[in-house]
Design a protein around this ligand. Sequence first.
Ligand SMILES: Nc1ncnc2c1ncn2[C@@H]1O[C@H](COP(=O)(O)OP(=O)(O)OP(=O)(O)O)[C@@H](O)[C@H]1O
Length: 233
Amino acid sequence: MAYIEVQQATRQFKNGEQVTVANRDISFEVDQGAVVVILGPSGAGKSTLLNILGGMDSPTSGRVLVDGVDIAQFNSRQLTTYRRQAVGFVFQFYNLVPNLTARENVELASQITKDARDVDETLALVGLTHRADNFPAQLSGGEQQRVAIARAVAKNPKLLLCDEPTGALDYQTGKQVLQVIQDAAKQTQTTVIIVTHNSAIAQLGDQVIRINDAQVQSVEHNAHPTPLAEIEW
Ligand SMILES: Nc1ncnc2c1ncn2[C@@H]1O[C@H](COP(=O)(O)OP(=O)(O)OP(=O)(O)O)[C@@H](O)[C@H]1O
């Protein structure tokens, strides 16, 4: 059985008379430890899908099996536990706590998880040992994003969800950050889902899911993902 199985997931939003279908009959499977890129234009429904996988939202209908459990059936308390224990998030704008140091930001995440990784080892994993005592404002964008990755990975999550993780970074820094995500994921055997509208990033995925107009357009398996150093965008 695949690690993630999304089966005909639909998410509708109702606003008075108006109904928006953000995800329509979405189905795909993901193997454990895979790096998956979800690609699609603005408004295609990527964030909606990521929110569902991350337990921040539930589909209106359909099943979302993660490690054999249907999270679409979870009540809000179960979703909170799922988010806390099973999911690491990396956002476009880092979302670090400004008055905590890099180490303290990572500690904050590890403290709420049962099976957390060692904080200093995790900072070393993202190459930030020397910046551990700095506050976010003292760090570059790329360094802040690496703290955010460390914070997500420190929870030892089943799933690492990244929403446009390079969206606020320049070209070279963006590449370095993707490399950190890829290396951290492979070393920790974490399943990674990266949402982006940048089709160049798709080449690094073990799997690429293209979404358009709320639906899955194609699912591609990549036996030989392109090494990041060779990807240009
Ligand atoms: N809470 C909501 N209420 C109503 N409509 C929503 C809500 N969230 C998303 N939508 C609509 O669902 C559709 C898909 O939105 P979504 O944010 O998932 O797309 P996206 O692919 O992530 O876009 P972007 O790349 O611009 O973030 C859009 O038409 C959006 O307006």
